[in-house]
Design a protein around this ligand. Structure first.
Ligand SMILES: Cc1cc2nc3c(=O)[nH]c(=O)nc-3n(C[C@H](O)[C@H](O)[C@H](O)COP(=O)(O)OP(=O)(O)OC[C@H]3O[C@@H](n4cnc5c(N)ncnc54)[C@H](O)[C@@H]3O)c2cc1C
Length: 392
């Protein structure tokens, strides 16, 4: 992020002072404000957002509130071993429990939340055999998964041409922006939209957060910028990689998809909205170079692949008409697990970033961990920023 001499009006405007300044107004920033306010109800908190609340990935995602696909569990299992993989899965289960307890409460219909389970679709016999095996491991460790045979894939999920699927029953979906609005309504903090941060200067334990609308002074800054983090802290450029995700939504179709689905072969996911609109996203592996971007833009290659998939694989998809096409930017760490904690170069800047394609399934709980890190509580090893020490 840079600003020109002419646009920089910070010297002439008065400074604002806060106990905490949060930067980034997505699910991570709002959740951080929520837990911070709970920890210190009297604290003066500001949240700065360069566009408006939810304008980043948080208002552009598919609304899956999930622990991830069966394939995701398989990867965790081979990378970290079964015990750790189960812990990571349970972190997301706790995220959902906390969201329901603290934010959604008994108002599920206000945010279009439904617990439908999610299904990982097997694209081949080989995948199906591997999925059944890992599902058995998941069940042994108490995760609520079941197999769906090929015929039920068609009747329950409306997809043809797949061998079977594994359903994890805890998952669900939400209207992401309605969820953000409900979260925001619980906050008693100052929210500054259209306020872009372009630098943070360490002035003897006071942090000067420079924005295009003046300077904010605070002892502690919390950065919840996800993919955009390296634009503010340049030394994170090697640790956070942006990845664009694209989505297509059709005009409403008859109801036929029971809940969120993953088809990880194409990094593809789909669900039907309560209105009948069919949402499908993914296929970024078709064009990895163009999708490694911070730019909000849809491309013909990926949008065509999404529409072709709808036409080829869905019961009512043949004549589907496009209603919406959009993109959003995710942030990935090198090991695809989030990083949380104080920056090694400045203990007064804490951050969380890199929630990949799972921010709705992670961020509310992760924000609780982030606030805990401010008050000296421990951070799970696989999320701790310290694991990247030496890479800044
Ligand atoms: C297409 C797509 C589909 C997805 N689907 C799902 C899904 O179904 N389920 C799921 O769990 N996850 C999904 N994700 C991932 C999920 O959306 C993200 O992990 C999550 O929203 C990240 O939240 P965040 O608050 O960390 O980041 P963001 O929502 O990106 O928020 C960062 C904010 O920082 C602001 N900002 C940037 N720079 C500055 C600056 N200099 N000053 C002030 N503000 C700044 C941005 O405007 C933005 O609002 C998807 C992502 C995409 C792109």
């Amino acid at each position: 992020m840079s600003i020109s001499y002419w646009l920089d009006r910070t010297t002439s405007s008065s400074k604002k002072t806060y106990d905490y300044v949060i930067v980034g107004g997505g699910i991570a920033g709002l959740s951080t404000a929520y837990w911070l306010q709970k920890e210190q109800p009297q604290a003066k908190i500001a949240l700065l957002e360069k566009n408006r609340i939810g304008f980043g990935a948080s208002g552009r995602n598919a609304g899956f509130v999930t622990c991830g696909s069966t394939e995701h569990f398989m990867k965790l299992n081979s990378k970290f071993g079964t015990t750790k993989a189960i812990d990571i899965w349970k972190f997301s289960e706790e995220n959902r429990r906390l969201l329901l307890e603290q934010i959604i409460e008994d108002k599920a219909s206000d945010v279009d939340y439904q617990q439908t389970g999610s299904c990982t679709v097997a694209p081949s016999d080989t995948h199906w055999e591997k999925y059944k095996e890992i599902a058995q491991t998941m069940r042994t460790h108490g995760l609520d998964v079941q197999e769906v045979q090929s015929s039920a894939m068609e009747s329950d999920y409306g997809v043809t041409g797949f061998t079977g699927g594994i359903v994890y029953r805890g998952d669900g979906f939400v209207h992401p922006v309605k969820l953000l609005e409900r979260l925001k309504a619980k906050l008693k903090i100052d929210i500054y939209e259209s306020t872009e941060v372009f630098s943070i200067q360490d002035k003897k334990h006071i942090q000067e957060v420079k924005t295009d609308h003046g300077v904010f002074e605070t002892p502690k800054v919390l950065l919840t910028l996800n993919a955009y983090l390296p634009l503010v802290l340049k030394n994170f450029a090697k640790l956070i990689t942006p990845n664009r995700g694209q989505i297509l939504v059709t005009e409403p179709l008859p109801k036929f998809v029971k809940g969120p689905c993953y088809l990880t072969k194409y990094l593809c996911y789909f669900r039907q909205l309560p209105t009948g609109h069919l949402l499908i996203g993914g296929f970024r592996n078709l064009s990895i170079e163009t999708e490694n971007s911070l730019m909000d833009q849809t491309t013909e290659v990926i949008q065509k692949a999404l529409l072709d998939f709808v036409k080829d694989h869905f019961k009512y998809g043949k004549d589907a008409k496009v209603a919406y096409q959009w993109s959003g930017i995710m942030g990935f760490t090198p090991d695809e697990q989030m990083m949380i904690g104080a920056t090694p170069n400045n203990p007064n800047i804490h951050l969380m970033a890199g929630c990949s394609g799972h921010g709705m399934g992670l961020s509310f709980h992760a924000a609780k961990v982030l606030v805990g890190s401010l008050f000296g509580r421990s951070t799970p090893e696989h999320l701790n920023i310290q694991r990247f020490k030496g890479s800044f």
